[in-house]
Ligand binder design. Structure first.
Ligand code: 4NP
Length: 167
């Protein structure tokens, strides 16, 4: 196996709710399997409104109840270099996916994937094809995000472990 890290980027609209939650869920799954030294994990937004902000306090509170710490994160927007740096770029919903495809250069390193249906999962995670935007929802929207991204992180890591023969 190459010694280069496997670079994974989670992307949503604001980078304050879904993608930071997915970043930490995936990071925790990687840590559970003691593979931290092999990964470089980050998140970003397609929008610019929340640059520099911590994750939404509702996301932080819901995540904290599952021992996930979102506090150190800071929102950023997608940069052109991201398409050359990351091996996997995961979009939380179809709009994020099409926004990313519109920004993607011809010589991008990775191709953009929908987080819940990669690889080739027609039914998606628990029947969801996309992680619903919780920004205007109640608490249950944030719980749903956590349920979906925690389950998908396990599946995605299984697949990456197989693909890169990490075990
Ligand atoms: P996210 O949620 O894309 O999961 O971070 C949102 C955050 C902010 C807004 C929309 C969605 N907003 O309209 O400001």
């Amino acid at each position: 196996m190459s010694t280069e890290s496997i670079k994974v980027l989670m992307v949503c609209l604001g980078n304050i709710c879904r993608s930071p939650t997915a970043e930490v869920a995936f990071r925790n799954e990687v840590a559970k399997r003691k593979l931290e030294h092999l990964f470089d994990i980050d998140s970003a937004g397609t929008g610019t409104w929340h640059i520099g902000e911590k994750p939404d306090k509702r996301s932080r509170a819901a995540a904290a109840l599952r021992n996930m710490d979102l506090d150190p994160l800071q929102a950023r927007t997608m940069a052109p270099e991201d398409f050359h740096h990351f091996d996997y770029i995961f979009a939380m919903d179809a709009q994020n996916h099409s926004d990313l495809k519109a920004m993607e250069p011809n010589n991008a390193k990775s191709s953009v994937q929908l987080f819940l249906t990669w690889p080739n999962k027609a039914d998606g995670q628990d029947g969801y094809q996309e992680v619903p935007d919780p920004y205007y929802s109640g608490e249950e929207g944030f719980e749903l995000v956590l349920d979906l991204v925690e389950a998908a992180s396990k599946d995605i890591l299984d697949h990456i472990i197989d693909t890169h023969q990490l075990s």
